[in-house]
Design a protein around this ligand. Structure first.
Ligand code: ASP
Ligand code: MG
Length: 424
C-alpha cells in the first residue's frame, strides 16, 4: 500500500490526551500497511500565545526572530507526538521543517516554498519509521534562516510533502467533519459536502473559508494531490477535494452553489480625492505592492464632474492596515490625493459555485436574500464563479444565514459538529 501524508491541526493535539488520541490514529494507519508521514501544528493556541508574548517585548518584532520563536510551537508538538507513538510500540522520528527539506524564499512570516528535498524523510521511512514533520516552517535558500509560511501554513507543508514524496493522498485532520456549505460555527444547518472541486474550494478559501488555506489548495491542484479533509475526533468519512468526484459518486448534474463563506479579517482603505487621470491607480497600488501587501477588492467611483476627483477603495488584511496607511501617507505628495480613510468594521460574504456561470438569477437571489435580512452592501465584486459583498461587520452573521437558506443549502438536521478549537 502507498504513502499517506496526514496533517493534524492545533485543536487535534491541544493537550496530552489529544496527542495520545492522534498517536493511536497514526499507528492504526501504519498497521493498515501504509507508509506514514505526519505533519503537525502547534498545540492549541500556542502560536497565538507566542505572538502575544512577542508583542509584549517589542511592538514590531524582527521578522527573523519572530519566525524563530513561532517555529518552537510545532517543535513541541512534533516531539511529543513522536514520543507518544514510540510509547505505543512503534518507531517514529520527528523533524523540523528545515530537516525535512522544506526550502523557502526569505520573506519572513509568509515565506513561500520553493523546493522540497525530503531525503531524510525517505530514509526514515525506509528504516520503518513514522516520520513526524513540524508544519508551517522551512529554511530560506539563500540565508539559511528559519522561516514560517504564514498562519495556518501547516496544511501547505502537508501538501508540499505529499507532492514531493508522491503520496497517494494528503489527509488533513481538523476540528470539523469536512468542508461545509458554510462555517458550522455560524450556520448550524450547514451541510457537509462529500466532494468539492479544487476550483470551488480555491474560491471558498480565498473568500474566507478557514477549513483549508488557499495556498494549500493551489499547491494540491498544481500537483494533482487529492486532499481528504476529516475530523480527528470522529471516524466519519470527510470531504474529498480533487479534480473529479470519486468513481461511483458522480452526481447527474453539478450543484449550482457550493457554499457561502465569510471573512472578518479584512479592513477597507479609501483614498479620497484622487485626480482622475492616467497613472494614479498605478501609483497607489505600486506603493502598496512595494510594501509587500496583498490587496483583495478594489472599487473606483465615477469622478465628480465639477472636481475631476474620484475615490478609490480597496480591502486588505487588517494585520497589514497600519503598514498600508503609513506607505500611502508617505506617498501622498507624489500621488496627490486629499485624505485617507481606514475602516476595520467590515465583513465580506461570498457565494461560490461553478454552476452560477450557466444559471441566471443567482445574483438576483443573492441580493434579495441580503435585502430581506436588512443588510446594506458597501462593495461588490464578482468572478466567474463567485459573488462577494462587503457589509458592516455586525451584518455578517445574519447575511450568511440568510443567503445559505435562500439557496436551499440548509440541512434538515443540525449535523454540523464543531469538536474543538477556541476559534481564536
Ligand atoms: N501553528 C500555526 C498557526 O497557528 C500553523 C498552523 O496551525 O498551520 O497558524
Ligand atoms: Mg493552528
Amino acid at each position: 500500500m502507498g504513502l499517506v501524508v496526514q496533517k493534524y491541526g492545533g485543536s487535534s493535539v491541544a493537550d496530552a490526551e489529544g496527542i495520545k488520541r492522534v498517536a493511536r490514529r497514526i499507528v492504526d494507519t501504519k498497521k493498515a500497511g501504509h507508509r506514514v508521514v505526519v505533519v503537525v501544528s502547534a498545540m492549541g493556541d500556542t502560536t497565538d500565545e507566542l505572538i502575544d508574548l512577542a508583542e509584549q517585548v517589542s511592538p514590531i518584532p524582527s521578522g527573523r526572530e519572530f519566525d524563530m520563536l513561532l517555529t518552537a510551537g510545532e517543535r513541541i508538538s512534533m516531539a511529543l507526538l513522536a514520543m507518544a507513538i514510540k510509547n505505543l510500540g512503534h518507531e517514529a522520528q520527528s523533524f523540523t521543517g528545515s530537516q525535512a527539506g522544506v526550502i523557502t524564499d526569505s520573506v519572513h512570516n509568509k515565506a513561500r516554498i520553493i523546493d522540497v528535498t525530503p531525503g531524510r524523510i525517505r530514509t526514515a521511512l525506509d528504516e520503518g519509521n513514522i516520520a513526524i514533520v513540524a508544519g508551517f516552517q522551512g529554511v530560506s535558500q539563500d540565508k539559511k534562516d528559519i522561516t514560517t509560511l504564514g498562519r495556518g501554513g501547516s496544511d501547505t507543508t502537508a501538501v508540499a510533502l505529499a507532492a514531493a514524496l508522491d503520496a497517494e493522498v494528503c489527509e488533513i485532520y481538523t476540528d470539523v467533519d469536512g468542508v461545509f456549505t458554510a462555517d458550522p460555527r455560524v450556520v448550524k444547518k450547514a451541510r457537509k459536502m462529500d466532494w468539492i472541486a479544487f476550483e470551488d474550494m480555491l474560491e471558498l478559501a480565498s473568500s474566507g473559508s478557514k477549513v483549508l488555506l488557499h495556498r494549500c489548495v493551489e499547491y494540491a491542484r498544481r500537483y494533482n494531490i487529492p486532499i481528504h479533509v476529516r475530523s480527528s475526533f470522529s471516524g466519519l468519512p470527510g470531504t474529498w477535494v480533487s479534480n473529479e468526484p470519486p468513481e461511483g459518486d458522480r452526481p447527474m448534474e453539478q450543484a449550482i452553489i457550493s457554499g457561502v463563506s465569510h471573512d472578518t479579517s479584512e479592513a477597507k482603505i479609501t483614498v479620497v480625492g484622487v485626480p482622475d487621470k492616467p497613472g494614479e491607480a498605478a501609483t497607489i497600488f505600486r506603493t502598496i505592492a512595494d510594501a509587500e501587501i496583498n490587496i483583495d477588492m478594489v472599487v473606483q467611483n465615477v469622478s465628480a464632474a465639477a472636481t475631476a476627483l474620484t475615490d478609490i477603495s480597496f480591502t486588505l488584511p487588517k494585520s497589514e492596515g497600519h503598514k498600508a496607511m503609513e506607505a500611502l501617507t508617505k506617498a501622498q505628495p507624489v500621488i496627490g490625493f486629499d485624505s485617507l480613510r481606514y475602516d476595520d468594521q467590515i465583513g465580506k460574504i461570498s457565494l461560490v459555485g461553478a454552476g452560477m456561470k450557466t444559471n441566471p438569477g443567482v445574483t438576483a437571489t443573492f441580493f434579495e436574500a441580503l435585502s430581506n435580512a436588512g443588510v446594506n452592501i458597501e462593495l461588490i465584486s464578482t468572478s466567474e464563479i463567485r459573488i462577494s459583498v462587503v457589509t458592516r461587520i455586525d451584518d455578517v452573521k445574519p447575511a450568511v444565514q440568510a443567503v445559505h437558506s435562500a439557496f436551499g443549502l440548509d440541512s434538515d438536521t443540525d449535523e454540523a459538529v464543531v469538536y474543538g478549537g477556541t476559534g481564536r
